[in-house]
Design a protein around this ligand. Structure first.
Ligand SMILES: [Zn+2]
Ligand SMILES: [Zn+2]
Length: 455
């Protein structure tokens, strides 16, 4: 070891400088800032041979800038941490500030598109007020690995064929991998040519992530430990769903139930079928009969236009997590609760059996809506889970609709051939046509189905 600790330290820092001193390696870092990648992927993206790319990765790894993860026979590379992303951005910023050539190259490339770019704070404001549609033009796998909440993914290669699916009358803001990825410039040029008002976001997904807008005030431990995909806890619509939780969940039901038990209700003897049966049997019958009834009602909610307008509230979730389980229109709650619960009471089901069923139903509902990366294996033929229910929420642009109507038991979907679970895939976009114009708070969402011109 060197006698002078300062020199020894600077020698270590210089290793990082040496690893960065290569344009190909900088480009690799830029791609890794989007998502982890296999060597073959990176080679294709950078236009290098696999052997060459592999060598660059070893250099970056030796300098502690990238790390690897093994999955089966594949090795995936990612940035070693947020500090690497920051280092790369500082380097870029320094070049922009002090190298005249950087400015010249960018100008030459951007000559065809509007110079103005939407800043991140402005982008955030426009998303909140719903005055713009945010378009992510990166490839699907990068979008799936993380994106700005509320964005819609149409990879640049598909943009021309998808133009007619984009809503008219709103500004379209395109973003891609960062300020020097020219995908969004090409998207803006294409959109402008087709008569849309399109703008480019000044920065891309890594910059958004770096701004630290993932405000984690409530730690939802499981979703953090095994997330299906990374998304902020306070994702779009979180507070709306918190309000739904209060009004729609069983908390209100427990209160109403307690009040009802104090009322002298008549029992109708001929209908009092279940009274003599044990708790487990009552629970099983409730589960089978009522879950099937709810599955059938859910089918109707999707297939009858006026009912679909009401059920749309539930499908207006853009980023899925457990609390989305409670986003329902009040009328839908009436249908399920007022129709089914008194009927259950009349049939003579005990309070305990109904309570147990309620708890089971709620638990499966939270599980199916959670952002958990759980595969149920053979159990998926019996019980609803996140993998299946996510496909129920898919946007028509991202997969087939009217599938997976399961509430608690997925059995019915397999029996009636409405099950759809493509192996190892998840939809890249949730919602329905026109979701970008859909109201975002509980009050406006409650009124929406009854507007005379509601779609
Ligand atoms: Zn549905
Ligand atoms: Zn759902």
């Amino acid at each position: 070891m060197s006698a002078n600790p300062k020199q020894a330290l600077f020698a270590e820092f210089a290793r990082i400088g040496q690893a960065l001193a290569n344009p190909a390696r900088l480009e690799i870092l830029d791609f890794l800032a989007q998502s982890e990648r296999a060597v073959q992927d990176l080679a294709r993206l950078c236009g290098l041979s696999v052997a060459n790319t592999s060598q660059h990765l070893q250099t970056l790894r030796a300098a502690g800038l990238v790390q690897t993860r093994k999955q089966g026979l594949h090795v995936f590379y990612s940035l070693a941490g947020p500090a690497v992303c920051q280092l790369f951005r500082s380097l870029r910023h320094c070049g922009e500030t002090h190298l005249a050539e950087v400015d010249r190259i960018v100008r030459a490339h951007r000559s065809g598109t509007p110079a103005e770019a939407v800043s991140l704070p402005e982008l955030r404001r426009r998303l909140r007020t719903g005055t713009a549609l945010l378009l992510d033009v990166r490839p699907r796998e990068e979008f799936a690995a993380g994106h700005i909440p509320g964005a819609r993914n149409i990879p640049l290669a598909e943009l021309r064929s998808q133009l007619r699916h984009l809503p008219a009358g709103v500004d379209i803001i395109a973003y891609c991998r960062g300020p020097y990825c020219f995908l969004s410039d090409e998207a803006v040029a294409l959109l402008s040519k087709s008569g849309r008002r399109a703008l480019r976001a000044g920065e891309g997904f890594p910059e958004w992530k770096a701004r630290g807008w993932k405000v984690a005030t409530v730690v939802l431990v499981l979703e953090r430990l095994w997330p299906r995909r990374s998304q902020p806890i306070l994702r779009q619509g979180f507070f709306t769903d918190l309000t739904y939780l209060v009004f729609n969940s069983e908390y209100l039901g427990v209160l109403l139930g307690a009040l009802t038990l104090r009322l002298p209700l008549p029992t109708i003897p001929p209908a009092n079928l279940m009274a003599g049966l044990s708790l487990p049997v009552q629970f099983l019958v409730l589960l089978l009969v009522f879950d099937f009834a709810q599955w059938a009602i859910h089918n109707l909610l999707h297939r009858v236009p006026i009912l679909w307008r009401i059920h749309k509230v539930h499908h207006s979730i853009i980023d899925m997590d457990w609390i989305g389980n409670w986003r329902f229109h009040g009328v839908e709650i009436l249908v399920y609760r007022v129709l089914l619960y008194p009927l259950a009471a009349l049939c003579g089901f005990g309070v305990e059996a109904m309570f147990a069923y309620g708890v089971f139903n709620t638990a499966i509902g939270h599980f199916a809506h959670s952002n958990l990366n759980v595969r149920l294996g053979p159990l998926q033929y019996l019980i609803n889970g996140p993998q299946m229910h996510l496909w129920h929420h898919t946007h028509p642009d991202a997969g087939p609709v009217n599938q997976n109507f399961a509430i608690s038991l997925s059995l019915w979907d397999w029996l009636f051939r409405t099950a759809y679970v493509p192996a190892g895939q998840a939809p890249t976009l949730l919602g329905f046509d026109g979701i970008e114009r859909y109201p975002t708070n509980i009050l406006t969402q409650t009124i929406e189905p009854f507007r005379p011109d509601a779609p």
